[in-house]
Design a protein around this ligand. Structure first.
Ligand SMILES: [Zn+2]
Length: 362
């Protein structure tokens, strides 16, 4: 029946479905109005237009710079609480019922902040949304280019707060900066303390970066991993081991990551639309990765910075040529890929299917 739906009708119906999001950075949800408010608190008078201009960066180094800049206004637990509240509102507006939120604890520690106090404020801010049907769990992320010693501190914080809702240890930042082997011990520590293991890999790096994340660090899901499509031996490995890829299509356009993988020579310096180096959604490897049997999910990554929403990402799947039935499988698969007890996952899947059926999507 799904095949009979028109594109518009499908997109409209999808808005109503409950959704899970697995790759979302709290710091990337700061809308320009929020940045203006926080900057004003610290004496910087900004306009929303100025924030939007910073967010309009279209290559990876500029994205990292914008990320550093915007997080510089997160200075106190109350600042994190404000951003968490607004993120929860954004998630509910997308009908997200479950999300795993990444916190850049590596950045908090670099700025000598009290991680436990920040996390307590975030959890307190998010708690009322649980009653409105939004369940959240948390991922503590290290920054790869800060090195192994800093990553150790993040992992220790994650282990300390595991009972308070932290479920995983991850690593983001510049994946080309340092090899995975330098973080092997940190990941072993995280696993020994009951944390799931995540790695941003194969975003701007090649297939070997994904392979190292799996083989050396024991990654259970990969952030991005689009480079996997270039390695015919890697895709079956990911499929056989059920290593999920958290795909963020719009992010890959905005950071120039996709253009890099497509061999556009100047994508690392300027991948803006019409620069001649940009990539298009239709060129994204997502359909190939999905059809190779890899459990994929889709996410927004840093939605405020990339001007996207989860519903827009699902709309992007249609632009990539996926059928309604395939998109539904991807949507349901996000719940299956969650770091939740099996019975909780199945309860979400059951609810998802119950709501999809009357919409004519099953
Ligand atoms: Zn990310």
């Amino acid at each position: 029946m799904a095949q009979q739906l028109s594109l518009q009708s499908w997109a409209a119906r999808f808005q109503l479905l409950p959704k899970a999001e697995l790759h979302l950075h709290l710091e990337g949800t700061m809308e320009p109005a929020t940045v203006v408010a926080l900057a004003g608190k610290y004496g910087d008078l900004l306009t929303e237009g100025a924030v939007a201009a910073r967010y309009a960066a279209r290559d990876f180094p500029a994205f990292i710079e914008a990320y550093k800049w915007v997080t510089s206004y997160l200075r106190a637990p109350a600042d994190y609480a404000l951003v968490a509240r607004r993120m929860c509102e954004q998630l509910l507006a997308q009908n997200v019922v479950y999300a795993e939120i990444t916190l850049s604890v590596g950045v908090m520690l670099l700025r000598k902040q009290d991680v436990a106090a920040n996390f307590a404020a975030i959890c307190e801010a998010a708690a009322p949304y649980q009653h409105r049907g939004l369940r959240l769990q948390w991922i503590f992320d290290a920054v790869r280019q800060f090195g192994p010693a800093a990553a150790w501190e993040v992992a220790r914080c994650a282990a300390d707060l595991r009972g308070a809702g932290v479920i995983a240890f991850g690593m983001g930042g510049d994946e080309l900066a340092l090899p995975a082997a330098q973080f092997r011990d940190v990941y072993e520590y995280a696993a020994a303390h009951g944390l799931h293991r995540l790695v941003h890999a194969g975003e701007i790096g090649g297939p070997d970066s994904v392979r190292d994340a799996v083989e050396i660090l024991g990654a259970e899901r990969i952030g991005h991993g689009i480079a996997s499509a270039a390695d015919p031996a890697l895709m079956p490995l990911l499929a056989a081991r059920s290593i999920g890829l958290e795909l963020c299509p719009t992010s890959n356009l905005c950071t120039g990551a996709l253009a890099r993988h497509l061999g556009r020579p100047n994508a690392h310096t300027d991948a803006r639309p019409d620069s001649g180096n940009d990539a298009r959604l239709a060129e994204h490897p997502l359909p190939r990765l999905f059809r190779a049997g890899i459990p994929i999910s889709i996410s927004t990554d840093d939605p405020a910075m990339f001007g996207t929403t989860l519903n827009a990402e699902y709309g992007a799947l249609e632009q990539m040529g996926l059928s309604g039935e395939e998109i539904l499988r991807i949507s349901e698969g996000a719940f299956r890929g969650a770091f939740l007890p099996l019975e909780d996952k199945m309860a979400f899947v059951k609810s998802f299917r119950a709501q999809a059926a009357p919409l004519g999507l099953l």
